[in-house]
Design a protein around this ligand. Structure first.
Ligand code: ADP
Length: 545
């Protein structure tokens, strides 16, 4: 790999900036035109025209460079070869005797050294030697001896060579330093590469800006979170990060951090997208200073993350705790009141029937509490997620039969017929989680028994796609259209007075929905008020982990 250590350096930009290149091209072009004008008699018309065309070309090249169309710093070899050919031919074949413009070669020596070190310098010098030898043969006559020829070549070569060397050495870096520079630039580039891949692999958005908030570096996650694929380089960060606080007040956190010169961290801001959509953002803005010098560059490192999910989970948890405590308060209060009532009756020596009825009421509430705690514990298991779920071989017929065994009796107690229909083609087994499947069906069956006054509850089982479908159908009170959308919400219980006749937590179907998600099951509900409901669940056979 060929290195061009100075291509990227600030110094290269300073020394060979576009203005100076333009100036050199201009001066040379002008010099050639003037030269050809002065010596027009000597050159003849065609040469003068040729020189002028070359000058125009040369000046155009400078102009292209000036308007940044072509960058000399990107193709130094092309430019250097081009210049050497032009000047080589010019001085070798056209320039008059002892033309002072030969001093232009000093620039070629300097620039060759600048980009390619000693090798470049000596190559350029060798070409100059060839040109001078050519000139010597053109200018001197055979009468001039070898000494004259040598003198002609050596004087000019040494004057120009030494001047070039002087500039090159005083301005450019020595070969040794150049090598050191190459190594350190390589190292710096490697470090930068490492840093860039590090920040690119981060899940958090990272943006580095200068002291005015102009973006200098950013990672892929930043683009993702800001939902843009624009090039953010050198753009004002505030144009891409419109943040507001909870009361919709616009915030300028960069200026805030700049004013206080302190790290600004917030989990309470919202990022607003151009279409008005908002997300919760965790944002950290750190003012930084690169280096220890007084005039060291300052800037900001902004890291941020989408915390909408965490925020909504937090809100959900808070709401859940408040609802649960609210739900628990009433039965506990009723239990407590009934027990103290029973105690009071005992103290007063009143009838056993009154004590019994108070204890019955307390018992009912205690049962409710037990059910609620049961539901909550299933819910917490469901929320722990798939991680500790076992995918096992389960037999759907066996589950259907165990449901009959467990619930036939309670259905019959209510005067309901409990029917089961198992399709012959039902597979012998599927892969899923027995506990969850049982829990889901159990919720449907207990609800059907609970919310059916007369008629029947039937469980049916049939194959579907790569799994099975369980349906629990009843001839109960049914669920109104508007309630059908809400029965799976937490703590939802229908306002229907017949629902309120039996106790319930409103958590059963909510838990069911969570469990279904874990085993990728799909549910459908058909119901008509006063006619009955059918809850069907499709349980796919899962792949074993
Ligand atoms: P719970 O039964 O403890 O009240 P669920 O979450 O199991 O809570 O059910 C929520 C609500 O859905 C019930 O309160 C009831 O209004 C309605 N519901 C559920 N299943 C049936 C059904 N088979 N028939 C009529 N209504 C039902």
């Amino acid at each position: 790999m060929r290195h061009n250590p100075l291509l990227l350096s600030e110094r290269a930009k300073r020394v060979l900036n576009r203005d100076s290149v333009f100036l050199i091209h201009g001066v040379i072009a002008l010099a050639l035109v003037v030269d050809s004008f002065i010596y027009r008699e000597l050159y003849g018309l065609s040469v003068v025209i040729g020189i002028n065309i070359a000058s125009v070309l040369f000046a155009s090249l400078g102009a292209l460079r000036f308007f940044n169309v072509k960058n000399i710093n990107n193709y130094p070899n092309v430019y250097l070869i081009f210049y050497h050919i032009i000047f080589g031919l010019g001085f070798g074949f056209i320039a008059p005797d002892y033309s002072p413009y030969l001093a232009i070669w000093i620039i070629l020596l300097y620039v060759s050294h600048f980009f390619y070190g000693s090798l470049g310098f000596y190559l350029s010098l060798s070409l100059l030697a060839v040109v001078l030898i050519g000139q010597a043969f053109r200018i001197l006559t055979p009468n001039d001896g070898v000494i004259e020829h040598l003198e002609f070549v050596i004087t000019q070569l040494s004057i120009i060579g030494l001047s070039g060397k002087f500039f090159a050495v005083s301005e450019a870096v020595g070969d040794k330093d150049r090598k050191l520079l190459v190594t350190s630039i390589d190292k710096a580039q490697l470090e930068r590469q490492r840093l860039v891949s590090l920040i690119n692999s981060m899940a958090d958005g990272v943006i580095a800006t200068d002291d005015k908030g102009i973006i200098k570096l950013y990672n892929a996650a930043a683009l993702n979170i800001l939902d843009t694929n624009e090039n953010l380089q050198d753009k004002d960060v505030r144009g891409y990060m419109a943040v507001i606080d909870k009361s919709a007040k616009k915030l300028d956190l960069v200026s805030e951090s700049a004013a206080s010169n302190k790290v600004v961290t917030s989990t309470d801001v919202l990022l607003v997208y151009p279409d008005g959509e908002k997300i919760n953002l965790f944002i950290n803005i750190s003012p930084i200073k690169l280096g220890f010098r007084k005039d060291a560059e300052r800037g900001f490192i902004i890291s941020f993350r989408d915390i909408t999910r965490e925020k909504s989970l937090e809100e959900e948890r808070n709401e859940f705790i408040s609802v649960v405590s609210h739900e628990l308060r009433t039965p506990i209060a009723i239990t407590e009141a009934n027990i103290s009532n029973a105690q009071f009756i005992v103290e007063k020596g009143k009838s056993v029937t009154e004590i019994k009825s108070a204890l019955d009421a307390a018992h009912k509430q205690a049962l409710f509490l037990a059910n609620m705690i049961n539901d909550l514990s299933t819910l917490s298991r469901a929320e722990r997620g798939k991680l500790d779920m076992v995918v096992e071989k389960i037999d759907p017929r066996e589950i259907a039969k165990s449901l009959i065994d467990d619930y036939k009796k309670s259905a019959e107690v209510k005067g309901l017929t409990f029917k089961v229909h198992i399709d012959e083609d039902t597979p012998d087994h599927i892969m899923s989680n027995r506990l969850y499947v049982r829990e889901i069906l159990q919720n449907f069956v207990t609800n059907s028994i609970k919310y059916t006054r007369e008629g029947s509850v039937s469980v049916s089982l049939k194959p579907k796609d790569d799994g099975i479908e369980f349906s629990v159908k009843d001839t109960g009170i049914g669920i109104s259209k508007s309630d059908q959308n809400r029965v799976f919400d937490k703590f939802f219980r229908s306002e229907d007075f017949r629902t309120r006749e039996s106790s319930g937590t409103g958590l059963g179907l909510y838990v069911t929905k969570k469990l279904m998600k874990l085993i990728d099951a799909d549910i459908s509900l058909k119901s008509k008020l006063n006619e009955g409901s059918t809850f069907s669940v499709y349980i796919p056979s899962l792949k074993q982990k």
